[in-house]
Every structure is written in C-alpha cells, then in structure tokens.
Write a protein that binds this ligand. Structure first.
Ligand SMILES: Nc1ncnc2c1ncn2[C@@H]1O[C@H](COP(=O)(O)OP(=O)(O)OP(=O)(O)O)[C@@H](O)[C@H]1O
Ligand SMILES: [Mg+2]
Length: 121
C-alpha cells in the first residue's frame, strides 16, 4: 500500500488535551507525540515592539500534538480538532499540515505505510 503521508501538528490549550486524545482514539489515531511547549499567538505578537520600545512578551504554555498518518484522513483529524478544541476564545490554537517523505520503524526497518501500521505478519 502506498499513498501520501502527512504530519498534523496541533498547538492548543493544555486543558483540552484529554478530550482531544479520546476523540483521536475514536477515529483510529493511536500513535502520536505530545510535547509541552510555550508559544505566541498573533494577537500577542503585535505588542512585542511599539515605537521601538520592547513590550512585555507573554509566552503562554501550550501543548503540541504531532500526528503522522497514512490511512486516517487529515481532514478527519482537523474536524476532530475543531470539535474538541474550539472554545471561540483567543488562544484555541492552530493546526499545521505538512507532507512527510519518510517514516522508519527502528525495530524492524519497515518503511512508510508499513512503519505506521501494526499489521500482523
Ligand atoms: N504562525 C504560527 N507558527 C507557529 N506556531 C504558531 C503560529 N500561530 C500560533 N502558533 C502557536 O499556537 C499557539 C496558539 O496560538 P493562538 O491560538 O493564540 O493563535 P492566534 O493566531 O493568536 O489565534 P487566536 O486569535 O484564536 O488567539 C501559540 O501560542 C503558538 O504556540
Ligand atoms: Mg492568539
């Protein structure tokens, strides 16, 4: 089996993580990476410098969820993210989608689709 592989990176609020994880599980996303990160959103960055005077910069704690998929549709992940993470308040986060050119499962040397799935051999 072949096909494009994508990484969906979601930066969002820490407090929404558990519900997001549960919803990911329901659409068949089992493997992903979660990191604690700090970030700036757009509405804060514009106050970084005003007339040459440095303003206080507020780095906010966020979580970064990185999901690499081959069979689960990216749009399904985006829909789940919007459903679970949208509070309509500033700071709900962002989703970044990029193409992945290679995946290697270190234990077996399997590549790409085979490295992303757990088909019994
Ligand atoms: N362009 C970007 N590049 C990389 N990371 C980003 C970018 N925009 C947002 N982020 C990350 O996402 C986090 C949450 O962003 P945030 O939700 O505040 O985005 P926003 O564009 O300000 O939207 P909103 O108006 O809803 O707040 C940021 O703290 C940062 O970690
Ligand atoms: Mg923001």
């Amino acid at each position: 089996m072949s096909g494009e592989m994508y990484k969906v990176s979601v930066v969002t609020r820490q407090e929404r993580l558990k519900d997001f994880q549960d919803a990911l599980n329901e659409i068949g996303v089992i493997a992903y990476t979660v990191s604690a990160v700090e970030g700036f959103g757009t509405q804060l960055s514009f106050t970084e410098t005003y007339r040459g005077v440095k303003q206080e910069i507020h780095l906010l704690p966020k979580v970064l969820v990185e999901i690499v998929v081959s069979t689960v549709p990216v749009d399904d992940i985006i829909e789940v993210a919007k459903a679970q993470l949208r509070t309509e308040e500033p700071g709900d986060g962002k989703i970044f989608v990029s193409k992945v050119t290679k995946v290697v499962r270190i234990r077996t040397g399997e590549l790409d689709y085979a490295a992303l799935t757990n088909d019994a051999k």
